[in-house]
Design a binder for this molecule. Sequence first.
Ligand SMILES: Cc1cc2nc3c(=O)[nH]c(=O)nc-3n(C[C@H](O)[C@H](O)[C@H](O)COP(=O)(O)OP(=O)(O)OC[C@H]3O[C@@H](n4cnc5c(N)ncnc54)[C@H](O)[C@@H]3O)c2cc1C
Length: 518
Amino acid sequence: MQHYDTIIIGAGHNGLICATYLAKKGQRVLLLEASETLGGLAATREFHPGFKAAVAHTVSHFSAKVARDLNLTAHGFDSPMVPMPTVGLNAAGEHVVLTGIGVDAEIIGVSAEDAASYRQYRQLLQRFVELLEPFWLKTMPRVGDTRWSSLLTFAQLGLKMRLLGKQDMGEFMRLAMLPARDLMDENFDSELLKAVLSWDGLIGSKMAPRSPNASVLTLLYRMSGELGGAHAIPSGGIESLVQALYSAATASGVEVKIGARVGRILIQGNSDGLKTTGVELADGEQINAARVVSSTDPQRTFLELVGVENLEIEFTNRIRRLRCDGYVAKLHLALDGLPNFTGLAKPDGRMIIAVDMDAIEFAFDDAKYGGYSQQPVMEIVVPSLRHESLAPEGKHVLSAHVMYVPYKLKGGWTEDARAALCQRVIDTVAVYAPQIKAQILHSELLTPQDLEQTHQVTGGHWHHGELSVDQMLMMRPTYEAAQYSTPIPGLYLCGAGSHPGGGLMGGPGHNAARKILE
Ligand SMILES: Cc1cc2nc3c(=O)[nH]c(=O)nc-3n(C[C@H](O)[C@H](O)[C@H](O)COP(=O)(O)OP(=O)(O)OC[C@H]3O[C@@H](n4cnc5c(N)ncnc54)[C@H](O)[C@@H]3O)c2cc1C
């Protein structure tokens, strides 16, 4: 049996990042990936002959520190990236367009009052983004931990809040858990602008504009980093990020095996308690390691790979209760040419279809009760405009995140149900791009249940588990496993289900490696 210092389960971006940090410090690291492709939800795959797409279609807050530490530019990732405009689509072509980065972003298509409010709103939020930014790359203190390092983290947060000044500190505490709708109503008149600005606080979650919880925190999380909340497609596509991470990993000595599904994490018990000793692959091969790090979602890690027989009942219950049903479906269209959106010279931006916040709320209401909306809301990009090799010359790919699509559909996700939703989504896109139907060569719609199957993510959830106050920070995924170590010695977590959460950000992979190297 071979022996490694660390085995990492899953070669999504977090698994790759964690593996590279460990290998750079001299560890012998084996990275095992179940599928035949690297990148997890960010993997680029062919969905129609000659046409490719990735489930995650833009990058908005990938950690600049991770990019620097792993020297990703030298491995082909163009950081910092050129941001793309965000466009709130209007059927008559009277769009709201946001361009630029952070507080310097410009806004077109709203009144002078809204434009002025936007500048103030953006400056206020930027101060909160800067307050929180260092904490996304920190290990959160364990609940009840009174060690100096933990107290220091709390003290740092307290000090940073105090330095905001009395007024901003009060505003931060008031806004942090405010429903997105209240935040928008307080600041703007344009219904389209409100829908567009609330979007990044909501996408990927089971929250709508009226939901109290963490939509403002999620918004601040997504606004961290060099792009200040703008989105980009790297010049070599999402593929170039994954390739750069793979190249950095192998250059650091990480051994990567694809098509290597872990069936079980090996756990030995004796009078001293339990200990992780390695993994068993689905084909029965056993591989030993001093530690195992899982980037798969927490439910899959504990309930499937560890097994409840190795866990305490209370912990098992908390893992079972994690909320991780996804609410985003993915549409990929292979197009015969560039789609023409009314009023746009070129669809070279992140286009949002949500006329107002009620449209988002009503789409959520349908999903809450197990249906999907007849008026779905969505975010669209044409990634082949930025990454030409995604489609044959002259042809294009349209990629859309569609909300809210329930993981469990009333009556089940039959072929008919999937086809009906796909048609509904295409009909909705056609309101804004009237000639598009004639350009469609092939369509693919992946529901959260499909994403669970194709990408091995429980519930098909964007963040591997809801990013909500009860599942955030020192509670992510649960308070016994929020510091990347778990109740089983030698077993760690490094995926999106850990702090700070999902999105192509790299925080969990970075933080887990630091914890292991402590
Ligand atoms: C529909 C949708 C759209 C999204 N769009 C965006 C976007 O545009 N921008 C953005 O920033 N984020 C987006 N996200 C979120 C982002 O893609 C994820 O949060 C992120 O990719 C998670 O990365 P990860 O490395 O933690 O996990 P994953 O990418 O899920 O990787 C985990 C890996 O583990 C592997 N694995 C699972 N089980 C096993 C096993 N038993 N043995 C071996 N390997 C195993 C899986 O195959 C997978 O490769 C989207 C998510 C969804 C669902």
